[in-house]
Each structure stands twice: as C-alpha cells, then as structure tokens.
Ligand binder design. Structure first.
Ligand code: FAD
Length: 476
C-alpha cells in the first residue's frame, strides 16, 4: 500500500478528514485537482456545532483570530433564530471565510506531517477485498478511498450510487465585488449572512456583506438575467447592482461571479465497500442558512476516528457502516429543512403568508429552540435513550474545560466516581479519563464519549466496562 487512506479533494471536508486521520496516527494522502485554491468566497460561517468540534481539537482560537466577526444567531427562511437559547459555549456563528477555515485545517495537517498534493485530478479507481487503486496523473493504492471532491464528485459518479433529489428550478447569482461609498457607506462589520438587504415589489432581492478585505463584499441577487447555465456577465452584475442599490454604493470592480441553484440531491449510499463519500460529494443544496461546509466538516469528524480505529486494527470493519447510518439521516434532514425554506422564500401570496406565519411561530421560545437546535447542528442525535447519541455539551472542570480533553483525538471518560476509572485503565492509548466534580446532568456518574464528542455510554444505565470494548475495541 502507498498510503492508508486516499482523500480526493482538499475542500473543508477533505482537509478535516485528513487532519483527523493524521491526528489518530494513520497516513492520509490528499489529492486535489486544483493547482491553487480558488479566490472566490463561498461559506462564511461556522455553526455552533462546527465551532464546538474545532474547539475539541484546539482549532477554534485560530478560527476566532481569522474571523471577520460574530453573526448573531441564525435564520430560517430569513426569519431570525435566537441561538442564545441554546446550551453551548458558542451561541452564535463565527463569521469566517471558507478559505481561511481551509488554511487552518491545512496548517494543522502540515503540523501533523501531512500535505496536500495539488494539481492532481483523480480520474478513476477500482476496489478489491484488500484496498483501492486510484488513477490520475499517478496511480496510488490505499486501504480506503474517500470522495471529498465536491458536488460534481467524480468518485460518486464512478461509484455508481444513485444521487436522487430535485433539479434546479431557481437560480441566484453571487459575485465578489469591491464597493465604495455612494450616497451611503456600505456596511463594514459582519452581523448577518446577508446585509443591506433590498426586496423589490416583484419579490426579487439582493444583499451585500463584507468579506474580510477592506472594500470587498459578497453581492447576492435572486434570479439570473441571462441563461442561468452560463456564468453571469459583468454587464448583468452591474445592471442588477444598480437596480437594487442605485447610487447608494459605488460598484468599483467585480472579481468573481457565478450562479447557484436550488437543486437538492443526496447520495443514496455514503459507503460502497472501501469507498466513502463526504461533504458536497454526498449532498448538494441551496446555500441558504449556512449549512453546506458545516455539514461536510461534521461528516469528516464522524468518519475520521472510525477509519482510524479500523485501520489500527482496534475495531472491526462494521464500525464503518455507522458512518452512513448516522450521517445520511442528518444530511436528509438538512436537505428537507432547506427545501422548506426555499419553498417559502418566493414572492407569491401563499409562500408569503407562510413566511408571515413562520415569523409568528418562531417568536415562540419553544419553537425557536427547536429550529435553532436544527440549524446550529447542536440537536444531532445518533440514537439511544436519553442523552445517549447526543453531543456532550462542554462544561468547566478543575483545570479548564471538559472539551480540552479531546485535543488528542482520543475518546474521553468523565466520571464523578473513581470506581468507573478502573475499567478504562487498560485503554490509556485510546481514552483520556478524568475524575470531575460534576457532570452536566444531575445523578449522572460517568459518561463515555467518542472522539467526535458524541456520548456512547452513560451511567447509571450503561456499564462502562461493557461499553469500552464495544466502542474502543478489546485489549489483548
Ligand atoms: C456562493 C456560495 C455560498 C456558500 N455559503 C455557505 C455558507 O455560508 N455556509 C456553509 O456552510 N456553506 C456554504 N456554501 C457551501 C460550501 O461552500 C460547500 O458546502 C463546501 O465547499 C463543501 O465542501 P467540500 O469539501 O465537501 O467540497 P468542496 O469545497 O467543493 O471541495 C472539493 C474539492 O475537490 C476538488 N476536486 C474535485 N474533483 C476532484 C478530483 N476528481 N480529484 C481531486 N480533487 C478534486 C475540488 O477542486 C475542490 O477543491 C456556499 C457555497 C456557495 C457556492
């Protein structure tokens, strides 16, 4: 074998996965088609759950440092969601450009001895009982292949898994533009995903939001003046800008412009044999509500530790099946939530009335809590009674935060009773154990948590000594 895992694509999903594998001591090889990162802005937010995951690896301070600001809460179909109702250290979105998140992840990978092999497009692969052979400019062999190669994924197409969903019926346009002041100054601080929003009587809308460099903005407008399949012309972008903003702001330059649509599709299978799909390769949807990059990073956190546990021989191959059974439903729920939002964001009287009703409903604290839990990624539940299968909310312990114990990428056992530490002693190479004064829930004596922060055993109820081999393998 040339390497343990070949990862196609160095976007957020591929880089997260590579960093997770390298942290766990297995060898990833990241192969990226582009010679250098595109300069176009894409995602610009970390949802609270993604912020928590980056914090579990000690990467959140770097993201905070590179952030443009904090975005208060989220939104559902444009109706604001209050994240302060959520039980998290990060009840907001971190406003950070995708390219900066990618750089942070790539730096982490480099610090762990890995690198991205650029200008190498994968064009084919075949798998057998022992491994996968991939073809591109170079032939490489590995135990596993993960397609993190984006919405048009070559790996997904070659894998032959279905990609059912709905075709595009509406197109919007996004452009990175340099703006100056006209009769007014454009916003300089990020407070929402789209600011200076304008809605015309025909229901068409536009927004601008500052994206990092002084004077640089993302301009988004609904619709496509020309053929939606073609990239927008500078003339179209200029005309639309003037339609929405008149002489309020000055449009100085257009750097990039492209379309995005409401097509929504999800791969039927996330795993076929030794090949996996993660990120946009597994699911595509309209980029509203700031979900795509977040979903991909979370896919990678779920898959990384499982691949490492199997590759190091600690866990059986069947653990890998839980990647699809856990992440496919999460992707399906996000796609449905986005379809629902897209359906009420049109100007017709029916959707408009629905939006008004939604505004009333989401003002109710319990409904806001439900929608905010979904949008933030904090309500993900991989199944089980009570808190089993949900994330461990971070909480203070004697020397810092419980979340700090996850920096090594190992599982974590937290207990208020010394007797639960004994069965974990032989697992020192896979589990960090700590005696704590309290746990987040009264009456709880111990929680065993997977490396991705989800609870796999909770006492009373589960026996820690029985859960350890189930989730972390047997000790010979
Ligand atoms: C305008 C816009 C705004 C967005 N806003 C948000 C937002 O606010 N929040 C959010 O969470 N998400 C947002 N998204 C979505 C987000 O950008 C994507 O979900 C995210 O990029 C997906 O990451 P990924 O790693 O799965 O795929 P990608 O980022 O697409 O990375 C895939 C990589 O694979 C490479 N590749 C492709 N084919 C091959 C091959 N055959 N061999 C090797 N390499 C290959 C590509 O060059 C690319 O670098 C937005 C998207 C757009 C377009």
């Amino acid at each position: 074998m040339d390497t343990d895992v070949i990862i196609a694509g160095a976007g957020p999903a591929g880089l997260t996965l590579a960093a997770e594998l390298a942290l766990a001591g297995v060898r990833p090889t990241v192969v990226e088609a582009l010679a250098e990162r595109s300069g176009q802005s894409k995602a610009m937010n970390l949802q609270p759950r993604t912020a928590e995951l980056l914090a579990l690896r000690g990467l959140l301070p770097a993201a905070d440092e590179q952030a443009m600001g904090r975005i208060d809460g989220g939104h559902f179909a444009g109706v604001p969601l209050d994240y302060t109702a959520l039980e998290t250290r990060y009840p907001y979105q971190v406003g950070i450009l995708q390219a900066r998140v990618e750089q942070i992840l790539e730096d982490r990978l480099a610090a762990l001895g890995g690198k991205v092999h650029r200008d190498r497009r994968l064009t084919g692969f075949e798998q057998d009982d022992d491994g996968v052979t991939v073809h591109g400019p170079q032939t490489l062999r590995a135990r596993y292949l993960v397609g993190c190669d984006g919405g048009r994924s070559t790996i997904r197409k070659l894998l032959g898994t279905g990609f059912p969903g709905t075709d595009a019926t509406r197109w919007n346009t996004v452009a990175d533009v340099v703006l100056g002041a006209g009769t007014a100054a454009p916003p300089t601080v990020v407070t929402r995903m789209g600011q200076a929003r304008r809605v015309r009587p025909d229901g068409s809308f536009a927004s601008v939001v500052p994206i990092g460099e002084p004077g640089l903005y993302r301009f988004v407008y609904s619709g496509a003046a020309d053929d939606p399949a073609e990239d927008p012309t500078h003339q179209e972008v200029t005309d639309r800008f003037h339609t929405f903003y008149g002489d309020e702001y000055e449009l100085v330059t257009i750097r990039y412009a492209s379309r995005f649509s409401n097509a929504a599709r999800q791969a039927e299978r996330y795993r076929v044999g030794r090949v996996f799909l993660a990120g946009d390769a597994a699911h595509v949807h309209l980029p509203i509500g700031g979900q795509g990059m977040n979903l991909g990073i979370q896919d990678a956190f779920n898959l990384g530790w499982k691949l490492a546990a199997v590759l190091t021989g600690r866990m059986p191959e069947t653990l890998l099946d839980t990647y699809e059974s856990e992440r496919h439903p999460v992707g399906a729920q996000v796609l449905d939530a986005i379809r629902a939002q897209a359906a009420v964001q049109t100007p017709e009287p029916g959707p408009r009335a629905m939006r008004e009703l939604l505004t009333t409903f989401l003002a109710v604290p319990a409904t806001n809590r439900l929608a905010a839990g979904m949008s933030s990624g904090l309500d993900i539940d991989y199944g089980g009674p009570g808190h089993l299968g949900t994330r461990l909310p971070d909480f203070p312990i004697r020397d810092g935060w419980a979340g700090d114990l996850f920096h090594t990428g190992r599982g974590v056992l937290l207990t208020t009773d010394e007797k639960h530490l004994a069965p974990a002693r032989p697992y020192r190479d896979r589990i960090t154990s700590a005696l704590v004064e309290h746990l987040p829930w009264d009456g709880t004596e111990a929680v065993l948590v997977r490396p991705d922060g989800y609870i796999c055993a909770i006492t009373p109820g589960d026996q820690i000594d029985q859960a350890l081999p189930l989730w972390f393998g047997t000790i010979n």
